[in-house]
Design a protein around this ligand. Structure first.
Ligand code: UDX
Length: 447
């Protein structure tokens, strides 16, 4: 009989994983502790914006016309324990308030609520990003709590999906990494991932700590790459060089590669910033803090980008202060094709300018609701055109396609002054300059 799969936690990761598992042909039960979320998902609606996810969900959720009926949702850990052969734990591990370390309370709660109901052979698979050593600790806890004893086993299977591409990344992963303690666990996971592996996804088998570390190492590398190019942007600005050309040129070297070399206001989101901090905190606990001191620099280069954008904006509105100045902000999410505003560089810049007395108006194609919740005191507009009306300076801070397709001439007619600062190096500078704008980007000549 085909394996029955459960997914615990239905955020970006869990909701996508649940729908993808149903797409791969498994019977799936998703669990969340928030009843409203379970209700929404059960009705085929996704509580966040993720391209393609709602379609995939509706294709499989039980009770939707024409669906396979392979996917259901519940709030009951008992039901999940009774249903599943393989349980994926996909809850989030945010940064602890005021600390670098990550908050494991959701992961711990998921294990504590599930384990006492595990009465038959099962595999519990951790997917959340956790400090190295967590899997070993959770395996011991599982052995203590599960009535099935050693038959309720743990594996670690980090997830590398990117928001905005979550469906594709889950169905066609670059690689599948599994940390296992037995052949049985490996065999079960090979069965779960048989389709992507047959399609060519490499399957890397390792131990618990290496599996946990692969995830934090990958995210640290990506963060380092972005901060490296942003450091080059700082030097380019000082030397009147062009970081975009520089990135293009070094990217032709296959050893360097052209991806993740887009300079701008830096990285944000629910993963890279908190993952590098949690990694530093954990390395400190392990006595290996020196190995990761460079990540402190990666973090500080990144945070400096936001302050630098505020400085450029202040300069653009006359130099001294933002008082009485109107600042239009295009973009609120931490990247395009997402409604996620967690640790968003765009909103951080908007917030700083607002705190310094600027009259800020924000527009974002998908992130307005989340932005309003996080920063209720900022001004918001319903369209890009409305946001820039009367602006003394326009800041382009998230590179949505919609912004790249804006008509600079039309916008030029409603602003107070035609100055645009491109915090993502993504607009067509010639087009904007041609329409009479002063266009300035980070790490590039002023001309
Ligand atoms: C990241 C990892 O890519 C993914 O593998 C992991 O599972 C979770 O964390 P995500 O947070 O969805 O994914 O976004 P990503 O596309 O990596 O972008 C992160 C941030 O870096 C964004 O704010 C983006 O704007 C910024 N970025 C990215 C740059 O500033 N420059 C770049 O060249 C690339």
């Amino acid at each position: 009989m085909a394996l029955r799969i459960t997914v615990i936690g239905t955020g970006y990761l869990g909701a996508t994983h649940a729908a993808a598992m149903a797409e791969l042909g498994f019977e799936v039960l998703g669990l969340d502790v928030v009843p409203e979320k379970v209700e929404m998902l059960g009705a085929g609606r996704v509580p966040m914006y993720e391209p393609g996810l709602e379609e995939l969900l509706r294709k499989h959720v039980e009770g939707i016309e024409g669906s396979t009926g392979r996917l259901r949702f519940t709030t009951s850990p008992e039901e999940v324990a009774a249903f599943g052969d393989v349980h994926f734990v996909c809850v989030n591990t945010p940064q602890k308030h005021g600390e670098y370390a990550c908050d494991m309370s959701y992961v711990d709660a998921a294990f504590e609520s599930l384990a006492p109901h595990l009465t038959r052979p099962t595999l519990v698979v951790g997917k959340s990003t956790v400090p190295v050593g967590s899997a070993a600790r959770l395996a011991a806890r599982l052995a203590e709590l599960a009535p099935a004893g050693a038959d309720a086993e743990l594996a670690w299977n980090p997830e590398f999906l990117r928001e905005g591409f979550a469906v594709n990344d889950t169905l066609h992963p670059d690689r599948i990494v599994v940390g296992v303690a037995s052949e049985r666990a490996e065999k079960l996971l090979r069965e779960v991932y048989a389709v992507p592996v047959a399609e060519g996804s490499p399957f890397v088998v390792t131990d618990f700590p290496t599996a946990e570390l692969v995830k934090t190492a990958a995210n640290s590398f990506l963060a380092t790459k972005i901060s490296f190019i942003n450091a080059m942007a700082e030097v380019c600005e000082a030397a009147d060089g062009d970081v975009k050309k520089l990135a293009e040129a070094i990217g032709h070297d296959e050893r360097i590669g052209s991806k993740f070399l887009r300079a701008g206001i830096g990285f944000g989101g629910g993963c890279l910033p908190k993952d590098i901090r949690a990694f530093m905190a954990r390395a400190g606990e392990l006595g290996a803090d020196q190995a990761l001191t460079f990540l402190r620099e990666v973090d500080s280069i990144n945070m400096r980008r936001r302050g630098h954008m505020v400085e450029l904006a202040r300069e653009a509105v006359g130099g001294d202060s933002f008082l009485g100045k109107r600042v239009a902000v295009l973009g609120a999410t931490f990247k395009p094709d997402s409604d996620d505003v967690r640790d968003s560089p765009a909103l951080n810049v908007a917030g700083q300018i607002h705190l310094q007395g600027g009259q800020v108006t924000v527009f974002d194609p998908k992130g307005m609701e989340n932005a309003r919740q996080l920063f209720p005191t900022l001004g918001y507009a319903d369209t890009a055109l409305d946001a820039v009306r009367g602006a003394d300076v326009v800041l382009h801070l998230t590179e949505w396609r919609e912004f790249r397709e804006l008509d600079p001439t039309a916008l030029g007619e409603v602003v107070s002054r035609r100055i645009i600062l491109d915090g993502r190096n993504a607009l067509d500078s010639e087009l904007w300059r041609g329409a009479g704008w002063t266009y300035r980007a980070m790490g590039r000549p002023r001309a």
